[in-house]
Design a protein around this ligand. Structure first.
Ligand SMILES: NC(=O)c1ccc[n+]([C@@H]2O[C@H](COP(=O)([O-])OP(=O)(O)OC[C@H]3O[C@@H](n4cnc5c(N)ncnc54)[C@H](OP(=O)(O)O)[C@@H]3O)[C@@H](O)[C@H]2O)c1
Length: 265
């Protein structure tokens, strides 16, 4: 598995921070050249410098994943600069939180636009190039697709949609030798909790996720890239995340009771 990515060309959206940055570095360590996309170019350039220190080629390709023209242009730039595309990871995402009663139509649209439509059009424009290399597509979902908590309906619905999107893509692409892996992390250190419902990063925002259950981004990225290398269709991790996903799928009534208790607090 270690040699799978040697000399390959990879593109990661949301590559300027958190899991995207960690996956970019992990792919570079395994011998891939890497392009990273996101809206904040300064963050992309920092990752480019880190990848270059590892001796690989890196390119910053700024793009908003909700804008299809920008995504199409970004893919073309990646292919032109790197010379092809073997791996595309639709990782860009954020989390809208709050009880359903308080979420507006704009909140819902913003959430689904980035996490679902963004992933779908990233896949759409990467697919022709991945077909040419019999490459690997991955979508970053979440165990939140299967484990439901109060006040997280918009995020959970978006990640359930990512799971449906990825499982369908895996079927559609299989005849051409292209794999699609839905990566479903549990809690991992990143900037996710510091982004507000408008999608704005605020370093002062506290991260209220349970730190005892949280993985660091580097080991998470190793697991994610292993799953992409193996062409897994679906991969859930951390230990707690995997347990939650299992219970959510097979013992949903238990998770419902736990959620009811949380909602009363
Ligand atoms: N960390 C966790 O515990 C966890 C658990 C399950 C799933 N996930 C998923 O993992 C993925 C990565 O998140 P993370 O945890 O690493 O958080 P993060 O550090 O906040 O990274 C999210 C990235 O997405 C990019 N992004 C957001 N909106 C975008 C847009 N409209 N266009 C292009 N890029 C955009 C951001 O860059 P810009 O702001 O510069 O655009 C940022 O680099 C997300 O899909 C998230 O839902 C994370």
């Amino acid at each position: 598995m270690a040699a799978v990515f040697r000399g390959s060309q990879a593109w990661i959206t949301g590559g300027g921070s958190g899991l995207g940055r960690a996956m970019a570095l992990e792919l570079a360590k395994r011998g891939a050249n890497v392009a990273v996309s996101g809206r904040r170019e300064d963050r992309l350039q920092e990752v480019v410098a880190e990848v270059e220190e590892l001796g690989r080629t890196a390119v910053a390709v700024p793009c908003d994943c909700t804008d299809e023209a920008q995504v199409a242009q970004a893919v073309q730039t990646v292919v032109d600069r790197l010379g092809g595309l073997d791996v595309a990871i639709a990782n860009a995402g954020f989390s809208v939180s709050g009880p359903v009663e308080r979420l507006t139509a704009d909140d819902w649209r913003r959430q689904l636009d980035v996490n679902v439509v963004g992933a779908a059009i990233t896949a759409r424009h990467a697919i022709p190039h991945l077909r040419a290399t019999r490459g690997r597509l991955a979508l970053v979902g979440s165990v939140a697709a299967l484990v439901y908590m109060p006040r997280m309906a918009a995020y959970q619905a978006s990640k359930a949609a990512v799971l449906a999107l990825g499982r369908t893509l895996a079927m559609e692409l299989a005849p051409d030798g292209v794999s699609c892996t839905v990566l479903q992390p549990g809690f991992v250190e990143s900037e996710l909790a510091q982004v507000d419902n408008q999608g704005r990063f605020d370093p002062e925002r506290p991260d209220r996720r349970p730190s005892a259950l949280m993985w660091r981004a580097e080991p998470a990225a190793r697991k994610m890239i292993d799953a992409v290398a193996r062409r897994r269709v679906e991969y859930s991790f951390t230990g707690h995340g995997r347990l939650g996903a299992f219970l959510g799928r097979h013992v949903p009534w238990l998770m419902q009771l736990a959620g009811n208790r949380m909602a009363r607090r």
